[in-house]
Design a protein around this ligand. Structure first.
Ligand SMILES: C[S@@+](CC[C@H](N)C(=O)[O-])C[C@H]1O[C@@H](n2cnc3c(N)ncnc32)[C@H](O)[C@@H]1O
Length: 283
């Protein structure tokens, strides 16, 4: 049996795990997931239907929640689209798997085995329950493991992704581990927020986001430096910043707003923060 001490090696990792184990701050993720039992811990993309803000007041909140959930699922679709031609015999790794939504979507898309790792024991239990409930637990499995040391065999994975998780880890260490488990020609896909080092260091709004999520947002340059140092060669970079702003604007209208909406909107609009997708191949 894996002991917490084997997985959580630093005080920082223990505090991050505690945040996700208790998840006291943000009921938003559970509320959105309850729409169709697909649970995400990331943000959405695309335009929202302005009609959700009109109409009967008593159902307005319900309309907003459904629309926010549609947008967060669209974000995961966008990521899964970039994993390339994955075969049912292939394996995928979801590094920092949260409540498991993206893993379940990837399995439905490709029919292959998906393993998710997270340092939250609560999330492992929740996500494995979801996989069982959907009857995919033979193929979709969640583990209490650290993405910096996943324990999977070298070269065993066709694809690895991180959906809003790299701000919790040292990029060099994470990418070294992803490059190790990826087979040659395998694909790594990352969706992340990163700060814009063209305009200087961390802006005040970015620092507030770090504080809210106990994370450490990296500069944009660091992603490409750490990929190049670990045999991960970018094939596609998509700036999703403009596409995610509507999600934050709509969320600010909702009863599940957490107060972090304003710093996100400020950071994106002033240009100090980007929401990026980076797809890279393991050479
Ligand atoms: C913002 S959530 C994203 C969850 C999921 N990727 C999604 O899109 O719904 C961040 C996740 O990263 C995980 N995490 C943070 N540091 C980690 C580490 N060192 N190893 C594994 N998981 C980690 C957290 O436990 C949490 O599940």
């Amino acid at each position: 049996m894996t002991e917490p001490g084997d997985v959580l090696r630093t005080d920082y990792q223990r505090s991050v795990a505690n945040y996700w184990d208790t998840n006291q701050n943000d009921p938003v993720n559970l509320v959105l997931g309850q729409v169709d039992d697909l649970y995400h811990h990331h943000y959405g993309i695309g335009a929202y239907d302005p009609a959700v803000l009109d109409g009967p007041a008593e159902t307005r909140e319900d309309r907003i929640i459904r629309e926010l959930h549609r947008m967060e699922t669209a974000q995961a679709e966008f990521l899964v689209d970039r994993l390339g031609p994955v075969e049912p015999r292939d394996r995928l790794l979801d590094a920092g798997s949260g409540r498991g939504g993206t893993s379940i979507m990837a399995h439905h898309r490709f029919g292959c085995r998906v393993d998710g790792v997270t340092i939250s024991e609560y999330q492992v239990g929740f996500a494995n329950d979801q996989a069982r409930h959907r009857g995919v637990d033979d193929d979709v499995r969640f583990h209490f493991r650290n993405m910096l040391d996943t324990g999977f065999d070298t070269g065993s994975m066709r694809g690895v992704w991180t959906n809003e998780t790299t701000m919790y880890v040292n990029l060099n260490q994470a990418f070294a581990e992803f490059a190790r488990v990826l087979r040659r020609g395998g694909r790594y896909v990352c969706i992340t927020g990163c700060y814009n080092d063209v305009t200087g260091g961390r802006s005040r709004a970015v620092s507030r986001i770090d504080e809210h999520y106990i994370c450490n947002i990296h500069p944009r340059s660091e992603y490409f430096r750490a990929m190049a140092a670990n045999d991960l060669v970018p094939i596609e970079v998509v700036d999703l910043t403009a596409l995610t702003i509507p999600y934050w604007e709509l969320r600010a209208e909702s009863a599940v707003a957490t107060g972090i909406e304003a710093p996100f909107l400020t950071a994106y609009k002033e240009g100090s923060f980007h929401y990026l997708l980076i797809a890279a191949d393991r050479i």
